[in-house]
Design a protein around this ligand. Structure first.
Ligand SMILES: CC(C)(COP(=O)(O)OP(=O)(O)OC[C@H]1O[C@@H](n2cnc3c(N)ncnc32)[C@H](O)[C@@H]1OP(=O)(O)O)[C@@H](O)C(=O)NCCC(=O)NCCS
Length: 369
């Protein structure tokens, strides 16, 4: 077995066939994974698609794909890695190939300056390697009610409008107009769950105010999976969408969307369940990650400098004259889920009670892989 290594250009078609076989044709579905993920499974991303190649057939038999994105975290540049299309051909499963690829993925991400990883899955393979379900999402059901929006609604508008709104989001992947167009057209997650993606844009004249991507499922429901723009307009737009919907309109709203969470009751939205974010997360480069969130905490809360470093099997946080050392899983749970340990020193306690859980890259928007 050759690998783990990046896939070669001449092997990309065989890799696409493997991914399509495992995720699609083996369960009688259309082989459309490369259409779902045209930037991720592509020649421009060869370095980030790690494989084992069978020496007899010279074909990839196990794959773990990463997609490395520049991310704007409240003005701080971050690098976010996404992991997806993980598969081993059935003839080669259970030999530890995926587990070995995952180790290599962590090295690869670290060498490429990635701060945090999102995995679109939560199986044991990832959990054993320290990727955890984190954060908090409240699923809202948007009720149908009389609305008189003070804006026009355009469906599937030119991406330029969406891009303009996206640029003003305080947390966002850097897509650029061309990639944004490709991602909207591909609508990966909608295809993967057999739904139809529609984008609703609220605008006045030529000025975009807010947009929502809704996934229309077979039973006539709409799931809101990405949004940007003015939060009070978003609330009205969600209400407008609910009125056009034959079944339920559901919106998973994460804890850091404080404005949305405070306004949702005004349109009689009810919380149907509280869950973690979808998929799993892992901090890849602890010290730089803490450095970046420290800038955000200072700017937002006037916090002093927070710093972090790895020490043997633990991660250490320093704040003023305080220090705490935790194993990486407990650190992840504290920072990304806001579960504070009992022995947290008082100044950290005071800061973390208001600042945690941290806002995070959103896992199920157009960037989903
Ligand atoms: C998941 C998958 C990539 C694992 O690949 P692999 O090379 O067999 O992995 P490893 O040998 O390193 O073992 C890791 C996993 O395979 C399971 N496994 C071990 N022996 C196995 C066997 N003989 N047959 C099937 N699975 C086996 C392990 O229990 C472990 O699964 P877990 O994550 O549920 O704990 C592979 O089973 C696959 O392609 N599955 C279908 C696609 C899929 O579900 N991808 C993951 C999307 S999140």
């Amino acid at each position: 077995m050759e690998g783990p290594r990046s896939v070669k250009k001449e092997e990309l078609q065989d890799l696409t066939n493997l991914i399509n076989y495992v995720f699609r044709t083996s369960s009688n579905k259309e082989p459309d994974m490369h259409i779902c993920f045209p930037i991720f499974i592509s020649e421009q991303n060869l370095d980030n698609l790690l494989v084992f190649v069978d020496e007899t057939t010279q074909k990839p038999v196990s794959h773990m794909g990463t997609w490395i994105n520049d991310f704007n975290y409240f003005g701080e540049p971050m690098k976010v890695g996404y992991l997806g299309s993980v598969c081993t051909h059935p003839d080669f499963q259970g030999q530890g190939l995926a587990s070995r690829l995952l180790d290599e993925v962590f090295n690869h991400l670290e060498n490429n300056g990635v701060d945090i990883l999102l995995v679109s899955g939560g199986r044991g393979l990832y959990q054993r390697a320290g990727c955890k379900r984190v954060g908090e999402v409240k699923w809202h059901n948007i009720s149908k009610q009389d609305t008189h929006p003070k804006f026009d609604v355009a469906i599937d508008p030119p991406v330029e409008y969406l891009n303009e709104l996206w640029l003003n989001e305080p947390m966002r992947t850097k897509r650029g107009l061309a990639n944004f167009k490709t991602l909207v057209e591909a609508a990966a997650l909608a295809r993967c769950v057999n739904a139809k993606s529609k984008v609703y844009l609220a605008k006045t004249g030529d000025t975009p105010l807010a947009y929502i991507q809704g996934l229309h499922t077979k039973d006539g429901s709409i799931m809101i999976y990405e949004w940007a723009g003015d939060r009070s307009v978003l609330i009205e737009l969600a209400s407008y969408i609910a009125n056009t919907c034959q079944n339920e309109t559901r919106w998973p709203v994460p804890s850091w969307e404080k404005t949305l969470l405070s306004l949702l009751p005004s349109i009689n939205a009810s919380v149907t369940k509280t869950d973690t974010l979808s998929g799993t997360y892992k901090i890849i480069r602890f010290a730089p990650f803490i450095d970046k969130i420290s800038s955000y905490l200072t700017e937002l809360y006037g916090a002093k400098k927070l710093s972090g470093f790895d020490e043997e099997n633990r991660q250490v946080l320093l704040y003023e004259n305080e220090r705490i050392a935790l194993n990486p899983e407990d650190m992840l749970t504290m920072l990304l889920s806001g579960k504070l340990p009992n022995n947290l020193p008082p100044k950290m306690q005071q800061l973390f009670e208001k600042a945690l859980p941290l806002p995070l890259p959103w896992p199920i928007g157009f960037d989903y892989i």
